[in-house]
Design a protein around this ligand. Structure first.
Ligand code: NAD
Ligand code: ZN
Length: 406
């Protein structure tokens, strides 16, 4: 059964099907013809040909383009080069572009689709856990700038999200764990329909408790657990996006862990720490801020920290400059004048936004960087990526009309 992101006439399905049914699934929602598959130089060699033949088999006439891999290549240079490649491939406003890869790929391709010819249709085919539970759903697209993360972007919804769960089989353990950071985030945010009044939502601890029980199995990629967790995260995210597509209220709650997480990523330098690791560190730091402000108790912090540890994520990082973190927070997208909205945890399923000044983050920045006697428990970040890194020419993007990925 598909999950639906309800957005009136722009509603779209999230389907959980294998990669080889990609062509026929898109064909259910779009008239078959020319299309462009965009992936990167790590995912391309693994799944490019399979995706291309799945498209051809359903009658599509696909072109192929590859962008360079890596968060440090999620830049305006890669974006502009991709737009030029799409134009060289003569896309028109009806040519669907298909993003095959992790969150970096879906974010860049989505942004290129949002802006090329003022908007062309696109499909997300996420292949990392993080992209399957989060990045591929909701229509936030964009790239990083030297001023901060995702500061150049657009809201542009895909018309389909096709999740081939089996592609997680080739994902490195370190990348897999990163997705678990966003899974924990969704569990902390879970709300369900109030059984007494279906128009209302109430806090739910169900998914969080399920994770406490099954976290280890999930971290070991038990397939039954994976299917449940990915679907539940998509349902939770779809519900929030349907309620507030443009982040004028509720959707901002999904930034839990990201205010601090983005500051940490930015200070470390993109690509040094994985996004999911930064979010795990950020979630605990923001929970600690909620605790300092008296919104929740230490027992809850301990529960979240324990769950992050069970799934193998870091909960702190030493040696970062507090001043640099404060400076980075000033570049936060959610900043209004001198204040930033931070998601405060009051309880599992009960989170609320609070406006704080970057200075108010100093105590938790001190804690997370080990710059105080009151420390977070520090678990070392995960081992370096075991995914092969393929070097490519400076922002060189390969495109071919009907390329067989090598
Ligand atoms: N738009 C949103 O709503 C949203 C939400 C969350 C995160 N994000 C963004 O997502 C990005 C992080 O995404 P990510 O963690 O997927 O990173 P990523 O896209 O860099 O993927 C991680 C690594 O795994 C490789 N890979 C992908 N699929 C693979 C597979 N099946 N087998 C082997 N290797 C594979 C990638 O090539 C890359 O080297 C960040 O830039 C973040 O800002 C966006
Ligand atoms: Zn994230």
């Amino acid at each position: 059964m598909d999950v639906t992101v309800e957005l009136g006439d722009r509603s779209y399905p999230i389907s959980f099907r294998p990669l080889d049914s990609l062509g026929e699934t898109i064909a259910k929602h779009y008239k078959v013809g020319k299309c462009v598959l965009v992936t990167n130089d790590v995912v391309g060699p693994l799944y490019g040909e399979k995706a291309m033949s799945a498209l051809r088999k359903a009658g599509w006439n696909p072109s192929y383009a590859e962008i360079p891999d890596g968060e440090d290549r999620k830049s305006s240079d890669t974006y502009v080069a991709l737009v030029n490649s799409l134009l060289s491939l003569q896309v028109d406003r009806k040519t669907p572009v298909i993003a095959l890869g992790g969150g970096v790929t879906t974010d860049i391709v989505g942004f290129a689709a949002a802006t090329t010819l003022r908007g062309i249709p696109f499909v997300n085919v996420p292949t990392t856990l993080l992209a399957q539970v989060d990045a591929s759903v909701g229509g936030k697209t964009g790239v990083n700038t030297s001023h901060g993360k995702n500061l150049l972007g657009a809201f542009w919804q895909p018309f389909l999200v096709h999740i081939p769960i089996e592609t997680l089989g080739t994902l490195s353990d370190a990348e897999f764990r990163c997705g678990l950071g966003e899974v924990v985030k969704h569990a902390v945010l879970e709300e369900v329909e109030d059984p007494r009044d279906k128009t209302k939502l109430v806090a739910s601890t169900e998914f969080f408790e399920w994770l406490e029980k099954n976290g280890k199995r999930l971290a070991n990629r038990d397939s039954e657990c994976l299917v449940h967790a990915i679907r539940r995260c998509c349902e939770i995210k779809a519900m929030v996006v349907s309620a507030d597509e443009r982040e004028s209220g509720k959707r901002a709650l999904l930034n839990l862990g990201h205010t601090v997480g983005h500051a940490v990523e930015s200070v470390m330098g993109y690509g040094k720490l994985r996004h999911g690791e930064a979010v795990a560190i950020g979630t605990l730091a923001e929970a600690q801020l909620a605790c300092l402000k008296g919104f929740c108790d230490q027992a809850l912090i301990n529960r979240i920290a324990q769950l992050l540890r069970v799934v193998g994520l870091p909960t702190g990082i030493e040696g970062l400059e507090v001043d640099a973190l404060v400076e980075a927070s000033l570049m936060d997208k959610k900043r209004e004048d001198t204040q930033i909205s931070v998601t405060m945890i009051h309880g599992i399923g009960d989170v609320r936004l609070l406006k704080v000044t970057p200075d108010e983050l100093i105590p938790v920045y001190r804690m997370l960087s080990g710059n105080t006697s009151q420390k977070f428990s520090v678990v070392p970040p995960a081992a370096p990526n075991s995914t092969p890194q393929v070097n490519s020419n400076a922002y060189g993007i390969k495109t071919m009309q009907d390329h067989q990925p090598e």
